[in-house]
Design a protein around this ligand. Structure first.
Ligand code: PMV
Length: 348
């Protein structure tokens, strides 16, 4: 049975999509499949203290602390999330919660914390349920955590496990689901183990388009159908690329996905440009460096101006030299984060 009070904690990583999720249907169902590297350094740590209520309750109540400070402005987002997951976690209404959360990356750095944040909270909530159901298998636990995280932020369902996670029902991908992320089920070459992601903070501060609005732009978007089928094609193309270790093929596909994501925003109604001049400076320098050195260094983007520089383990010294020499000058306050593929969330 459930204890009266206890504290649980999880550290959940962010992730970076290679094939992008952009566009959704009702209930956080993705319009197209996506695949991402789970990250390691960029993470949210959350602890959840829960206390059984004396009087029977018909609602849940919670307090939220962010970096030790009480945060009222984040509460509506968390309340929406709790309302969405409550049907799958019926114990919620009998408890009061204190949520304490911190991010490893600077606040308002333009790094989205929704994936790691929602994953960490989903894991905490499910840990509470597991206390009453100790027979829960690790496999079920991870699947349900991913399912719950998805209800907070779509991409969060790819932040439970490592190191390469696929989300979205796709013919030809066994066990793929719109409801939760799965381990990428095909062979992955050594070249893609220990991949690095150096995140250049080109523009800190608030994004001009929330991802909710961004996904919404894909409804009635003139190129939506084309884009969604392209994502399916790219998922299929990745299979032989991952299997053979084809870095050139990987680069072409990943950079195209990033630019397509931004192209969708530029061609929506209303339209947005989320890149900054320094985003383009960095992209051009990466291309010139790759042309000159033939080194497999490429970029991807989220729905913002920051650039993720991706490269394999075998070129990491040369890549960091290049980044420090040529790219850091385009970062706000010279800030960047050295990240890499990670193994998934950890219980504290
Ligand atoms: O999880 P959301 O709703 O914030 O969507 C994020 C979508 C992108 O980060 C732009 C792409 C992706 O697949 O992560």
């Amino acid at each position: 049975s459930m204890p009266t009070t206890a504290k649980v904690g999880w550290k959940a990583p962010s992730n970076i999509a290679l094939v992008k999720y952009w566009g959704k249907k009702a209930n956080q169902i993705p319009a197209n499949p996506s695949v991402s590297f789970t990250l390691d350094a960029c993470a949210t740590t959350t602890s959840l203290l829960f206390q059984k209520r004396k009087a029977p309750a018909h609602d849940f109540s919670f307090e939220l602390y962010f970096d030790g400070q009480k945060k009222e402005d984040f509460k509506p987002k968390i309340a929406t999330f709790l309302t969405r997951v409550e049907p799958y976690l019926p114990f919620l209404k009998g408890y009061d919660f204190t949520i304490e959360t911190t991010n490893s990356f600077p606040h308002s750095s333009g790094i989205a914390s929704s994936a790691s944040g929602m994953a960490a909270l989903a894991l905490c909530l499910l840990s509470v349920e597991r206390m009453a159901r100790p027979e829960m298998t690790a496999d079920y636990f991870n699947k349900k955590a991913s399912f719950l995280a998805r209800l907070g932020s779509g991409s969060a369902c790819r932040s439970i496990e490592g190191d390469l996670i696929q989300w979205g029902h796709t013919s030809g991908i066994p066990n793929s689901s719109d409801l939760f992320g799965i381990h990428y089920p095909f062979e992955v070459h050594e070249n893609f183990k220990n991949y690095h992601d150096t995140i250049l903070l080109v523009h800190k501060g608030q994004k001009t388009v929330s991802s909710t609005i961004g996904h919404g732009l894909m409804h009635n978007h003139p190129f939506a159908a084309q884009r969604f089928s392209q994502a399916h094609e790219n998922m299929a193309s990745l299979q032989p690329i991952f299997k053979s270790g084809d870095l050139e093929g990987f680069i072409a596909l990943v950079e195209s996905e990033a630019l397509t994501l931004h192209a969708m925003m530029m061609t929506g109604q209303p339209y947005f440009i989320l890149m900054k001049p320094n985003t383009l400076e960095v992209i051009h320098k990466i291309w010139a460096f790759r042309e000159a050195t033939k080194m497999p260094i490429c970029f991807t983007l989220d729905a913002g101006a920051n650039v993720h520089v991706l490269y394999p383990e075998k070129v990491k010294e040369k890549a960091m030299e290049f980044i420090k020499d040529q790219l850091v000058v385009h970062c706000e306050a010279g800030q960047y984060i050295c990240d890499r593929i990670g193994k998934g969330a950890k219980e504290l």
